[in-house]
Structures are given as C-alpha cells and as structure tokens.
Write a protein that binds this ligand. Structure first.
Ligand code: NAD
Length: 446
C-alpha cells in the first residue's frame, strides 16, 4: 500500500487528506501547529467546512487517518507527500513561497526511500522546479525524488464535495512513472485526470482562478454602469446567461471577491507576468475593479450619511462568502475598519465568522447572537455576505427593528418587488434603489 502524507491541515491539505482516506488510502496529515493536531485527533475540524467533521471522525475510527506534528518520522516512511501549505501574498503582490520551501527542506532532510513530492499549493510557474532543486540540495539519504504538480480547484464552503466529485484532476509531471503513481492514487475518485508538464499544470490553476476573478470584476463593472444608465443588472445577466458560451455562473454582482485565493492569485500572476516583461492587462483590470468595488456600499451610504460618527450600524455577514468561517480578504474588514475609524457604533452578526472576526477586532465591534438583536435601533444596515438565513429574513423585521430602515445590500439578497412592498429604503448593486417608486418591468421568460 502506498504511504501517503499531506503536509498542512488547512482548507486544502485537510480536505485532501480526509478525502484520500475516504476513498480508501491510508493517509497521515502533518501540521506544525500542535493545537490543530490535538483537536483533529479528537475528531474535530479546526476549520468550518460542511461534511468535514463527520469524515474526520469516520476515518479516524477506521484507522485510515493519522494526525501528527512529527514530520520527520512520517516523511521518512512516505511514498508520496502532498504539500498543501499556504502561499500567501507578499507586500509587493508576489507569492510568499517560504512555507512551501520549508516543507521541501524538511522532506529532503527526512526521507529514507524513493518518493514523489506533489505540490498542491497554488504556486507560480516554475516553482516545482525550485522545490525539486531545494530537495536535491538538502537530501540526506541516497534516494530518488520526483516533484509533481497537482493544483487544487476546491472552493471553500463546498470543499469536500468539490474534492470527492472534482470537475477534473490536473497533474503536472516530468516522467511517466510519476504520472502512473498519481493516476493510481486518484483512480478511486473516478473523475477526469489530465496530465501535462509541470509548468502547464501550475498555469492551469492561475488561469482558472484569474478567469473567474475576471468574470466577477466584469459583471461588477457592468453592474456599476447599469446604475448609471438606468438598467437592471439582474435582468441583464438573465438575458446574457441564455448564451451557452457565457453561461449563468459567476455573474452575480456584489461588493467584490475576497477569500484566500482570487485576490492573491490575481496579484501573483500579474506580478509574475511583469517580472517576465509582459503586462497582463485583463488581470490588472480585474484587480483594479475589485479594489474599488469593496467600497461601493460605503460610497452609496455617504450620499445619505455625511459622517458615520455616532451612527448605529448593523452589519449582516462578515465572511468573504457563505459556507465558510474564512475572513481572509473579506470585504467586511476594510468596510468595518472605515466605519470604526469614523466613530460608528458597529453591531455585527455572522452565523460562523464571529470567532475569527474577534481576532481582528476583539472589543471594538458589538457582536450579536442573532439578526434581530443586530438590527435593533440601527440607523442603517450593511449586508456583506449572502448567508441563507440572511437571504431568508422576513423583510418586515428591518422595518420593525431598525430606527430607520436604510439597507445597503452588497450581495443583492432580496427581490426588488418584495422590498418595494415594504417601507425599506433599499440600495443594492446594479439595480434601481427602491425608494424611487417607479413601476418596474422585470425580465420575464414565457
Ligand atoms: P491554510 O492557511 O488554511 O493552511 C495551511 C496549513 O499549513 C496551516 O494549517 C499551517 O499551519 C500549515 N503549515 C505551515 N507550514 C507547515 C509545515 N512546515 N509543515 C506542516 N504544515 C505547515 O491554507 P489553504 O487555504 O489550505 O491553502 C493552501 C494552499 O492551497 C495555498 O497555496 C492556496 O492558494 C491553495 N488553495 C487554496 C484553496 C482554498 O479555497 N483555500 C483552494 C485551492 C487552492
């Protein structure tokens, strides 16, 4: 049996490890944070991800999984080691590869048998070669190591489903032997496996993420223009989506993308292209549109509130998207920072994001246990995340609970016709404001 190890128990490493165990492999997950390993060994996931806890418990019970910080002993016995550690953004926008390189060195110093090292982290084109060079430089024993690329495409909030039913598995290899080993590991997933060279595999990941970011920024740009020219983005996207070449995914306007991937992956590719003397104009535009879009709601609110000093602000949703507790690059953060700096009294609610938000603002924000308490006596409300329970709010609650029901919805959670039936003063993205009591003709399909 192949001994599989995964380095890093974050969103990618942990989900990869658990899903590899779920399809029948024996997997050891390594992290350098003891606290994470301790709670994983109790069958508890350190991150919020639907279905994950149950799979951890099952695979621990069936002894298909081990969690440890003892990387030396584990790497020594591994046949295949997946690297799933973080590649955050450096200040200049380039990718910080220190975590990946540290693992590469730890592997080199520990392995005692021939081994395939698989880079699952999102890394700039050419990184697999550097990882291989580092391993060769620090290798302690006379063993053969091959480095392969295997970028990850899961999305937070649906990570387990995305892994078990992956749209595709991309492997970048420089030998048929490595390809064969990886194909065998992924065989039980029964999904399309595409093999190519390492540089192409590294590029597939960036090109995919940057294309999705581009799609979001494009539709946000069009939504902004809709507001100026009096069109309704909802009807516009509906009209566009019937064209199969366009499709209906990733056409939701809002206050911009966040999370641990799109912001850093657009910047990293843009940085890399500039280094190579090529200007990636489309990706640059996506980044610029997104930066501005984050403050779209505040700009709208400023038209009514000259200052936020002393204003009681309700905030619904903190995470960068629903289904995750991740706050990395969440638009809520710069917006709340701005509100607090201006002296607003911020009351916030999120179904799972509060614990992480408290790490950024331990005391300055009033954290509420439910939507009603958050809205109580508020002068205005910002919606930053489209959680299901937020989309399902009884609209009369805004009128009943708030001092003045000014809603600035950054995720277009509500039907305009339903909002119009209430006294809510509603501002969303790319759609008419509801206090303009106009007769609305909406796109209808017969
Ligand atoms: P993360 O920050 O959630 O997890 C990284 C983990 O690695 C942490 O638990 C950290 O403690 C651990 N770690 C750091 N150094 C280590 C070491 N030397 N040995 C063992 N463990 C170590 O990161 P993530 O969100 O899982 O992302 C990991 C990579 O996958 C990144 O390159 C990211 O771009 C990519 N990716 C992320 C997603 C996503 O949705 N989060 C999707 C696809 C790809």
């Amino acid at each position: 049996m192949t001994n599989i190890t995964v380095a890093g128990t974050g969103y990618v490493g942990l989900v990869t490890g658990v899903c590899l165990a779920e399809v029948g492999h024996k997997v050891t997950c390594v992290d350098n944070i003891q606290e994470k390993i301790d709670i994983l060994n109790q069958g508890i996931s350190p991150i919020y991800e639907p279905e994950l806890d149950e799979l951890i418990v099952n695979n621990l019970k069936s002894q298909k999984m081990v969690f440890t910080t003892d990387y030396q002993s584990v790497y020594a016995e591994s046949d295949v080691i997946f690297i799933g550690v973080g590649t955050p953004e450096n200040e200049d926008g380039s990718a910080n590869l220190n975590y990946v390189y540290t693992v590469a060195r730890q592997i080199a110093e520990s392995i005692t048998r021939n081994c395939i090292v698989v880079v699952k982290s999102t890394v700039p084109i050419g990184t697999n070669e550097k990882v291989e060079a580092i391993i060769k430089e620090y290798l302690k024993n006379d063993v053969k190591v091959e480095v392969a690329s295997n970028p990850e495409f899961l999305a937070q909030g649906t990570a387990v489903k995305d892994t078990l039913k992956a749209s595709r598995i991309v492997i970048g290899v420089e030998s048929l032997e490595a390809e064969q080993v990886l194909r065998e590991i992924y065989k039980p997933f029964n999904q399309p496996i595409l093999s190519m060279n390492r540089r192409s595999a590294e590029m597939v990941k960036y090109a995919s993420n940057d294309f999705l970011a581009l799609k979001i920024s494009f539709i946000n740009d069009i939504a902004n223009l809709c507001e100026v020219v009096g069109a309704n983005i909802e009807d516009v996207t509906k009209g566009m989506s019937y064209d199969e070449r366009i499709g209906n995914k990733f056409l939701n306007p809002g206050i911009g993308y966040g999370g641990s991937c799109f912001p850093k992956d657009t910047k990293a590719l843009h940085w890399l292209s500039e280094e190579e003397g090529y200007v990636l104009r489309t990706v640059k535009a996506a980044i610029e549109v997104n930066e501005k879009q984050k403050f779209k709601l505040i700009q709208k609110a400023r038209k009514r509130f000259n200052t936020f000093k002393g204003v009681k602000v309700a905030v619904l949703g903190l995470t960068f998207k629903p289904g995750t507790d991740d706050l990395r690059e969440a638009p809520s953060i710069p917006n709340i920072r701005l509100l607090l700096n201006e002296g607003a009294e911020v009351h916030a609610y999120d179904p799972v994001g509060i614990a992480n938000f408290k790490k950024i603002y331990p005391t300055q924000v009033h954290y509420e246990k439910n939507i009603e308490d958050t809205l109580e006596d508020a002068d205005l409300c910002f919606i930053f995340t489209e959680w299901k329970e937020i989309k399902e709010i009884d609209l009369n609650l805004f009128v009943k609970m708030m001092k003045t029901p000014f809603i600035y919805d950054g995720r277009n959670c509500f039907d305009l016709s339903k909002v119009r039936a209430t006294d809510i003063k509603y501002h969303s993205i790319g759609r008419p404001d509801t206090f303009e009591k106009k007769v609305e003709v909406t796109a209808t399909t017969y």
